[in-house]
Design a protein. Sequence first.
Length: 334
Amino acid sequence: MESRFVSADGLRMHYLEHGAGQPVIAIHGWPETCHEWRRVAPLLGSDYRVLAPDTRGHGQSEAPPDGYDRATLARDIVAFMDALGIDRCPVVAHDWGGIIAVKLALDHGDRVERLALLDTICTGWPVFVEYYYWFMDGDRAERFFAERAEPFIRFIIGGESGVLPEPPESPFAPALSALTAPEPWTTDEDIEAYVAPYRDGDDGRVSCEYYRALEFHRVIEDSAAPNGERYEHVPHETMGEWWRTGAIPAEYLDYAPEDRHKQYHGATLWLYGEEVAAASAAQIAGGVPRGDPAWESFSRHFPNLTGHPIGGGHFFAEARPEETAKHLRTFLAR
C-alpha cells in the first residue's frame, strides 16, 4: 500500500492506498492505525481502490488539541472524501473505526454507498465489556501508556501473556487475549507499527481523548418520554471511581442517546468475532447476535442488515485476511 498525505478541511491526514476501480474507505480500529488494512486490501483485487486513513490523532495524521468527538471524527471522513474527490462510496470499518462509521452513516448517509462493520458497536458497549471505565480514572491511562506502550501492544494484539499488571492498573484482565488474539499472527513489523505511535507520537493522549469525548447514559423506560425512554447521565468521575474500587455495575450504558433512533437504510454487513459473541452469551438469529442491548442496536439502526461470524479473535482482519476479504468482496459486489 502506498503512503500518502492529504489536507482534509485543514486536518493533515495520512492514508494508505492500494488498487484501482471503485473507491472504498477503510477505517482502522483501536489501538491500530491504517497499517491494519495492509493484509486485506491486496486481496480485494483490482476492482477496488482501498483508501485507509489514519483517523484524527492516530498514526501519522495530525493530532490537534481537540475534535475527538464522534461527530467531528465522522466529518473528518467526509472531508477526507471531499479532498480526494469522492462523492459516495462503500465504507469498511473495524472497532473504533466502526463507531466513527456508524456516526458517518447516520449523519451523512448520502455519502455512504454501503457499510461493512467489523467487530464493532453502534451506540453503547456490551454489558460484559468494562475496560472503557479505566479511561475515566484520573490520569491512570496517561501514566500507563507512557510506561507500558510496548507490552500493551504485545498483549492485546500479539496475545503475549504475563506482560501487563492486573486491573485496575491495566485496562484488561489476562484472559482477554482469548478474545483479542487467540491465534498468533503478528510480525515484529506489526508490533513496531503499533507501538511507534504510542512511543514516538500522540496516540496515548489521543486514545484518552477518544474515550473521554463519549458521555455515557443509562437508558430508562418511560412512557411519557419521547420514544418511550429517557436518559440518565453517568459522570466520568463516577465511572472512574467504579473502576478504581471494582464496583462496576453490570449494566448497559449508551454513549449516543441523540442517535438511538436514527437509521441508515443502505446495505449493511456486520462481521463479528465468534469469540466476542460467545463471551456475551449472544443468541444468533438470522445470522445476527441478539440479546445484549449493544447487539440489539444494530437492527434498530440498520434495517438492511446481514451478519456473519468470523473466528480468529477481535483482530480477524489481520489474523484471517483471506476470510475477511472473501466476505467483503461478496458484499461489495452485490
